[in-house]
Design a protein around this ligand. Structure first.
Ligand code: NAP
Length: 242
């Protein structure tokens, strides 16, 4: 049974990813930061999908928190390893650059970009030794195109895209792939303050996407069938011009 770690698995896109990977037979490590009840609900969904998993709390923006949680999981599970990593947890703290404060910059970069480095670094060695690994990073249209009010978020997501392309070239020989998925507007807590009626006018498919529409691509990229796809950035955005 493949073991998959999904960061930010408690809600939104992460929850749908946990459900999808559970349906493909993975054992799911559901990471959350603050919302334990939501993480437990995701675990129930995973079990209803016919698989199993556990919840694992750590703050992806905090390297000590990541190391403590993942090293202690490894100690308790010797002989097992995580072969699917979905770096999904993310936040936005939008502001125009001229008003942006240091916390808005650093919190967004730590949560969306530095988390990729700190988590992937801990897990990549096992994937290389076992000659199988799937890394899927959830980025954003904002990281491809740049969006006003999101200098911090666009920078962080673009950083993950560059890192993914470089990493893919480092680990391909060992049957480890690394790809990005760039969602457009997806209906979750993150976008609940946006007026869908207004924004959908610029989306060819004329609506926001669902978390499941992102998760189905994660399911494919995490599978054996996607073994010849690496270093890619695939958009799931209803045809928004990027
Ligand atoms: P969401 O509904 O706001 O959920 C965020 C998830 O991330 C929650 O599970 C949350 O955990 C977790 N999280 C946040 N900060 C964390 C931290 N420091 N440590 C650990 N977990 C943390 O967001 P979403 O819309 O599903 O977004 C998921 C990913 O897709 C993000 O990377 C986001 O940037 C990206 N994305 C979303 C959209 C969109 O339109 N929704 C578009 C493009 C890209 P708790 O429940 O514990 O708070």
């Amino acid at each position: 049974m493949k073991i998959a770690l999904v960061t930010g698995g408690s809600r939104g896109i992460g929850r749908a990813i946990c459900n999808k990977l559970a349906k493909t037979g993975c054992y799911i490590l559901i990471n959350y930061n603050k919302n334990k009840d939501a993480a437990e609900e995701t675990l129930n969904i995973v079990k209803s999908a016919g698989s199993d998993g556990e919840i694992i709390q750590f703050d992806v923006s905090n390297p000590e928190s990541i190391i403590t949680a993942l090293e202690s999981w490894k100690e308790k599970n010797s002989g097992k390893h995580i072969s699917v990593l979905v770096n999904n947890a993310g936040i936005r703290k939008d502001n125009l650059m001229m008003w942006m404060n240091d916390n808005e910059w650093h919190d967004v970069v730590n949560t969306n970009l530095n988390s990729f480095y700190n988590i992937t670094k801990l897990l990549i060695q096992d994937m290389l030794v076992n000659k199988f690994g799937r890394i899927v990073n959830i980025v954003s249209l904002s990281g491809i195109k740049g969006l006003p009010g999101q200098v911090n978020y666009s920078a962080a997501k673009a950083g993950v895209i560059g890192a993914t392309k470089a990493l893919a070239q480092e680990v391909g020989k060992k049957n480890v792939t690394a790809n990005c998925i760039a969602p457009g507007f997806i209906k979750t807590d993150m976008t609940k303050d946006l007026d869908e009626k207004e924004f959908k006018k610029m989306i060819p498919i004329n609506r926001f996407g669902t978390p499941e529409e992102v998760a189905s691509l994660v399911g494919f990229l995490a599978s054996e069938e996607a073994s010849y796809i690496t270093g890619e950035v695939i958009s799931v955005n209803g045809g928004l011009y990027t």
